[in-house]
Write a protein that binds this ligand. Structure first.
Ligand code: KG4
Ligand code: ZN
Length: 327
């Protein structure tokens, strides 16, 4: 039985898992607090975490119907993320673990996104190829065991989710941008603007989204306010298609090695319907096992941190008291 805490960005999360089964997975999203800034303001996030972390943990324990004394260990995201936000989770986890003399595992946030695929029901066993696309990261992970992964390629500039968030801001669609673009794109024609699908001529497995973002900026600059209103759905559809197009082009390239029998997604952008549909098609064409976790396990959550912790050796009291967060 593990209690996990995740506060790396703008979601305050706590979860209790028993083996690979989720007993509770509480997420308090701060999206509304950051919406008017068009993105996450780190200091605002830290202060909200400080207010929310104890009630969120209480809710996770209550929903799981467990007391602190029932836990075998605790787990916490140590990084990467916003340093002030991470510190709230790390300090809280250290305090609870120390007060109850329980072991504590420090988990890498990206390992958590990969480990969401190990949760019940239908846990995916390594080896598999996992595309992680979130607000902070975009990478292809070779997952050959439960305790880590190898990065095969990653973004050279913006993350896919960051590109969607910045694109949504240019399109005046609000924050978080990924879901906002997805909603509007349904009404649009993805072919009516020719956005560049970055890095496809690059022979490697790295990604780049900064050129795409600039392309959107220039398209919008050429439109007056009423034209922008009229073409917003087409712009959103084209922009989303270019982001997903690059992600799936690199995924296909990585699958071309022939090493993989299973493919999975992780990170907030993995909640995107177009990405899920295209990945399912790619998996079906190649006869691969496909794992698409539900949306609430794609975006940040603590169940995925508990899932990763199951395969790590936790530190014993008092060894973790010297731990710091890692930005
Ligand atoms: O994994 P996550 O919750 O936090 C980070 O670790 O960054 O990912 C958040 C990102 C945001 O950029 C958000 O716009 C994007 O995931 N996102 C989506 C969708 N839902 C969240 N992007 C595209 N389509 C979605 N449905
Ligand atoms: Zn994340």
């Amino acid at each position: 039985m593990i209690l996990a805490i995740e506060t790396s960005c703008d979601d305050t999360c706590a979860a209790v898992t028993e083996g690979g089964r989720i007993r509770s997975n509480v997420i308090s999203s701060q999206a509304a607090a950051h919406a008017r800034f068009g993105g996450v303001v780190p200091e605002v996030a830290s202060r909200h975490h400080l207010e929310l972390v104890n009630p969120v943990i209480d809710a996770a324990l209550a929903e799981a119907e467990v007391e602190l004394t029932d836990l075998d260990s605790l787990a916490v995201t140590r990084g990467p993320g916003l340093i002030g936000a991470l510190l709230v989770g790390v300090a809280t986890a250290k305090a609870i673990a120390a007060a109850t003399r329980k072991p504590l595992a420090g988990v890498g946030h990206l390992h958590g996104h990969v480990a969401a695929n190990f949760l019940e029901p239908d846990p995916l066993e390594p080896p598999f190829l996992c595309l992680i696309a979130s607000g902070g990261h975009t990478l292809l992970a070779a997952v050959r065991g439960h305790d880590g992964f190898e990065i095969l390629g990653q973004t050279l500039d913006d993350a896919a989710g960051e590109a969607l968030d910045k694109g949504a801001r240019l399109l005046e669609l609000g924050y978080p941008g990924g879901p906002a673009i997805e909603r509007v794109a349904v009404e649009g024609d993805p072919e009516s603007f020719a956005f560049p699908v970055g890095m496809t001529r690059d022979p490697g497995l790295d990604f780049s989204f900064s050129g795409l973002k600039t392309a959107l900026l220039y398209e919008i600059r050429d439109l007056d306010a009423s034209e922008l209103d009229r073409r917003r759905a087409d712009l959103a559809a084209g922009y989303q298609a270019a982001v997903v197009g690059q992600l799936t082009a690199k995924l296909e390239r990585a699958l071309g090695s022939g090493e993989w029998r299973a493919v999975a997604l992780g990170g907030g952008v993995a909640a995107n319907s177009l990405l899920r549909k295209r990945t399912a098609e790619i998996g079906a064409e190649r006869g691969l096992r496909l794992k698409l976790v539900p949306d609430e396990l794609c975006t940040d959550n603590a169940a995925m941190i508990a899932s990763a912790a199951r395969y790590l050796e936790p530190a014993l009291y008092p060894d973790y008291l010297t731990w710091d967060a890692v930005a």
